[in-house]
Design a protein around this ligand. Structure first.
Ligand SMILES: Cc1cc2nc3c(=O)[nH]c(=O)nc-3n(C[C@H](O)[C@H](O)[C@H](O)COP(=O)(O)OP(=O)(O)OC[C@H]3O[C@@H](n4cnc5c(N)ncnc54)[C@H](O)[C@@H]3O)c2cc1C
Length: 292
């Protein structure tokens, strides 16, 4: 099927893109990698009158390191992160998440900003952003603002972006020494969206106690779900197998996933609990240096 008729715009700078979005309001949409938008348009589930293509805006495509972490321009391809030694060394959770996003053909085109802006409940990147306390740099008609990941995801496919705003960059802060991370998911086939998944980060203090734990589940709610009660169980304690079991049980206690053709709610919940347990163990092994 082909998309409904639309006008195509190819701005060369961010300001021009914002002006186009402001001019056409709700009738305009941004095109980045097109991996989600184009299928939606072809199925006529999205019928924008104006498509504003960000691919000709070079200032949005970069990956840089500053004192506080790495900054990724919105149209940076997912595959660029996957192949980056900088991302592997400075932001291993982000690097480990990349191969889980679709197939490499999808990641060759799919962008970091597009994945966050699309806010699919089963997406890996929103959960990673939540765990890493990323900040989303947004630009719109009234200027620039930074939105914390925890304030960015409002509902399924709904973010804190206003209609004339675009994601400009994402900042992923560096994690302190003694931190280990992990991301695990279960999907029907490699490249499919997750039926359930978890991203985890654990930091140990010099005595080996857990000084910070962050856990975010995906595929089990309308947005990525941070499970703070489970994190609290781990913090300030030496992590034992028993404690991991307790945290995993707490993580899924309040979950209310939906059932669909891919998996029942009960299955999703059960799998999420198992994944939390495994992800904590894996992050712990990395924090102690037992695993790379
Ligand atoms: C076969 C297949 C499998 C996939 N599997 C996965 C998976 O396992 N996990 C996963 O996370 N994703 C998966 N995806 C989706 C893929 O990762 C997309 O790349 C991603 O969801 C959207 O990024 P995009 O750059 O392609 O954005 P587009 O498709 O171009 O845009 C998506 C939406 O975001 C908006 N948008 C894009 N960029 C911006 C911006 N800078 N500012 C504001 N709004 C913006 C667009 O207007 C649109 O509404 C899959 C896709 C396919 C086709």
């Amino acid at each position: 099927m082909k998309p409904a008729v639309f006008d195509y715009h190819a701005p060369a700078i961010v300001q021009e893109a914002v002006e186009l979005l402001q001019r056409y309001g709700e009738d305009a949409t941004v095109l980045a990698g097109g991996q989600s938008l184009v299928p939606l348009m072809n199925l006529r589930l999205s019928r924008p009158g104006h498509v504003v293509d960000l691919n000709g805006v070079p200032e949005l495509d970069y990956l840089t390191v500053d004192g506080e972490g790495i900054v990724v321009g919105a149209t940076t391809r997912q595959r660029t992160l996957e192949r980056s030694d900088t991302v592997r060394d400075l932001c291993p959770l982000l690097w480990r998440a990349m191969p889980l996003v679709g197939h490499f053909q999808v990641r060759n085109r799919g962008t970091v900003g597009g994945s966050l802006a699309h806010a699919d409940p089963a997406s890996e990147l929103p959960a990673v952003a939540l765990v890493l306390q990323a900040e989303v740099g947004v630009v719109g008609p009234t200027g620039r603002r930074d939105v914390k990941a925890e304030d960015f995801f409002i509902d399924a496919y709904t973010t804190a972006l206003d209609s004339a705003e675009i994601v400009e960059h994402v900042r992923f802060p560096s994690l302190p020494g003694g931190t280990g991370t992990a991301i695990l998911e279960v999907a029907r086939r490699e490249g499919d969206f997750a039926m359930a998944g978890v991203a985890a980060s654990l930091t140990l203090d010099p005595e080996g106690l857990c000084s910070s734990a962050r856990l975010a589940l995906f595929g089990v709610g309308p947005t990525p779900v941070r499970v703070i009660k489970a994190e609290r169980i781990l913090e300030g304690r030496a992590i034992t197998e028993e404690l991991v079991g307790e945290a995993a049980a707490m993580a899924v206690q309040d979950l209310d996933p939906s059932s669909d053709v891919h998996a029942s709610a009960a299955y999703r919940k059960r799998v999420a609990g198992v994944l939390v347990r495994r992800a904590i163990a894996e992050a712990l092994a990395r924090a102690t240096g037992e695993q790379t």
